[in-house]
Design a binder for this molecule. Sequence first.
Ligand code: NAP
Length: 323
Amino acid sequence: MTAFSSTRVFVACLLPDEAKAQFSERFDARFNAHGRTLTADELVADSAGAEALVVTATDRLDAATIARLPASVRLLATYSVGHEHIDTPAARERGLTVLYTPDVLSDACADTALLLMLGAARRVVESQALVRSGAWTGWTALQLLGRDVHGARLGILGMGRIGRAVAKRARGFDMVVHYHNRSRLSPEHEAGALYHPTLDTLLVESDFLCVACPSSPETRHLIDAARIARLPPGAIIVNIARGEVIDDQALIPALESGRIFAAGLDVFEGEPNIAPAYRTLPNVFSLPHIGSSTLETRVAMARLLAHGITAAFAGEPVPNRLA
Ligand code: NAP
């Protein structure tokens, strides 16, 4: 039986009922009544009286919005592991506790990364179109030749929680895993993956490049034309992290020319207003940011935040505390 507290929680993001229950069973919880992402003004107004505010990656909590939050708000919880949408120093300065959802979504995202790799390498977009159009005239040895995933070299940019879960799955495909982080992992976390102190040497070894690092000023457009040119001809790029890490103006021509065989993209710069070429290029296998979108993961994310809120207000340690 879940203990109920009178803590007033406003959940500003839209959640499935099973995830909402994680808050309503524990707290005096209110939910977004608009059925869409709130504007900053609505977020501020609807937070009135709340002690904890639950947002997600599409809610921008910049310093100005944080400054306008009602005085009752003492805790900000983001229903995401990415946190570039929150001005964390401003939140800290304001005395807010900030929570996020690491670990619980890594496996779902890594599953999606494998889906992106397989879908891009095996030409799923063209295959689906052929079957659905009725134009398929039967098997030939010529049709829709893809690239092998098994045995290929996988370069992971950002070997964190999600990157390591991708590596674990890739080993099951006999892929040779390389990675680049700013700092090298322990042997236990490396699990045999080959470390590259620089991104440039990683790229040369990457038949597949999986982007799994956070969005930050440092990583914005990190995958630009010069870095794409370092990948082996016919390489495949997948992005499970954030669209901003890839420069679309560099990737799109490389896809058009075939220099890059295909891309698997779950995330896009400026989403949902994505570069139009991504809607039409046959070698782009795209998903609408569903990396962590399973019911089990959605519930686990809500449960983690709910436990964190309970612990924080009880003055206990909170493992998923960002600030
Ligand atoms: P994490 O555990 O913090 O891992 C991030 C990794 O990136 C770390 O290993 C870090 O290592 C590396 N990194 C950070 N900055 C870097 C830089 N400038 N150059 C090279 N490597 C860098 O985070 P996570 O839980 O794996 O999540 C990763 C990202 O995935 C999130 O930030 C989020 O944007 C995205 N995400 C997407 C979805 C989706 O639905 N598609 C869902 C969840 C998360 P060093 O610090 O040593 O460099």
